[in-house]
Design a protein around this ligand. Structure first.
Ligand SMILES: NC(=O)c1ccc[n+]([C@@H]2O[C@H](COP(=O)([O-])OP(=O)(O)OC[C@H]3O[C@@H](n4cnc5c(N)ncnc54)[C@H](O)[C@@H]3O)[C@@H](O)[C@H]2O)c1
Length: 371
């Protein structure tokens, strides 16, 4: 992968419309194309370039063209018991499946106070926080997690067994921004390694372990070795129990259990997307929960309580005077406000992918600032 530092800023509505048009051409219905392009452009807007337009061609457009993702799949509810449900994604795009399942959890929480929905046979759904945040407008807490392609080694192992298994928790708060914690259960997720590779940067020590048990820092070779099982990302806490590796491993295992066991679907290395050397669907699983705050008391009082809690944390004594204390969600939403005006950064590799899609799908109506 060639090192490159050429960054061009592109306005979000342009990227979003472009991705939507590509998906429409690929046979995705308008509502689903809208959801996918919204989640991806929202990732870029919030400052998570690892999960935005950079993933569009390789993770979604190409697999549709290769017949790995079904662009016309409609999620079906295969089991529906009171506050719970199991949804089959039927190998469709992960974003509309995720939206469907989160909204089902919210609907159930309106009726039962809680909603818990698990999903099988889905695909990569991007940023978990987008789904959890759908609960906010309903005065609910939203929680979601997903399993992912195997790339992470358990504590005391060097073998990639499970995915970067993110978890997101969103809560409405009487504060500057809602509380939205959304992160992988690993020190760094695979998308960050891809971003470093595109920018030609070396990884910090401690993100990745090789099969020889030593840390690795060269992102391009790591990406190729991850798929061959010769390198692995590390759980939160890193290599050693002394630094809490077993805790990150435990959190990731919880996400894997909730994403696969209750829907009785694929798990761990079964999610590699490969069978006998052939590309097959990943069969990703997710879970979504909604908690209706109204059932617990006065919602405004609870939001005030949570707001006070967060403000108190941010007012803690600083390590150094210039180091701001954040609570989850603030950085992303501040970045999103900036992105609205300045657009989002796109690097040369992503530019090349956008231009090749533009050509392939004859979308000459788009004129990008990098052309
Ligand atoms: N779909 C998938 O398979 C998959 C897999 C892994 C990650 N992801 C997504 O990738 C995205 C990025 O994940 P990540 O692990 O790189 O996240 P990250 O390490 O950047 O952490 C982000 C979280 O930490 C909070 N945060 C950042 N700095 C903070 C500070 N100083 N104090 C308090 N909180 C702070 C942010 O508000 C955010 O909630 C997420 O949206 C995640 O859902 C998706």
């Amino acid at each position: 992968m060639a090192a490159n530092q050429d960054i061009v800023f592109v306005q979000i509505p342009v990227l979003r419309a472009f991705m939507k048009d590509v998906l429409l051409t690929l046979g995705v219905c308008a509502a689903d194309a809208e959801t996918v392009s919204e989640v991806l452009s929202e990732a870029d807007a919030r400052g998570i370039p690892s999960h935005g337009v950079a993933r569009f061609k390789g993770f979604y457009a190409d697999p549709i063209r290769q017949g790995i993702i079904n662009p016309k799949a409609i999620p079906t509810i295969v089991r529906d018991v009171q506050a719970t449900a199991v949804v089959d994604g039927n190998f469709g795009l992960g974003h509309p499946i995720g939206r469907f399942a989160m909204d089902l959890a919210i609907k159930k929480a309106k009726k039962f106070g809680l909603g818990f929905v698990t999903v099988r046979n889905s695909n990569h759904y991007g940023i978990a926080g987008w789904y959890a945040s759908r609960a906010l407008a309903n005065n609910m807490i939203g929680i979601t997690g997903t399993n992912a392609r195997p790339s992470v080694a358990p504590t005391n192992s060097v073998e990639p067994m499970f995915g970067t298994n993110p978890i997101a928790f969103a809560m409405p708060v009487d504060d500057e921004f809602p509380f939205v914690f959304d992160a992988a259960t690993t020190i760094a997720q695979r998308g960050k390694v891809e971003t470093y590779a595109r920018l030609g940067k070396t990884l910090p020590d401690g993100w990745v372990i090789g099969e020889d048990g030593q840390c690795k820092t060269e992102p391009a070779s790591i990406l190729s070795e991850l798929t061959k099982g010769k390198a692995a990302l590390l759980p939160i806490g890193g290599i050693f129990e002394e630094t809490g590796s077993h805790k990150g491993f435990g959190f990731a295992t919880i996400v894997e259990i909730l994403s696969s066991v209750l829907q009785q679907g694929a798990f761990l290395q079964q999610l590699s997307g490969m069978q006998n050397g052939k590309r097959v669907p990943n069969c990703i699983g997710h879970f979504f929960a909604a908690v209706n705050m109204e059932c617990f008391g006065d919602v405004e009082e609870m939001k005030k309580h949570a707001g006070e809690l967060l403000k108190t944390l941010r007012a803690a004594k600083r390590r150094t005077p210039e180091q701001e204390i954040f609570t989850a969600g603030i950085k992303e939403l501040r970045t999103a406000q900036r992105s609205e005006h300045q657009g989002v950064p796109v690097d040369s590799e992503v530019i090349a992918e956008i231009l090749s899609l533009k050509k392939d799908f004859s979308l000459s109506q788009y004129q990008f600032p990098f052309e």
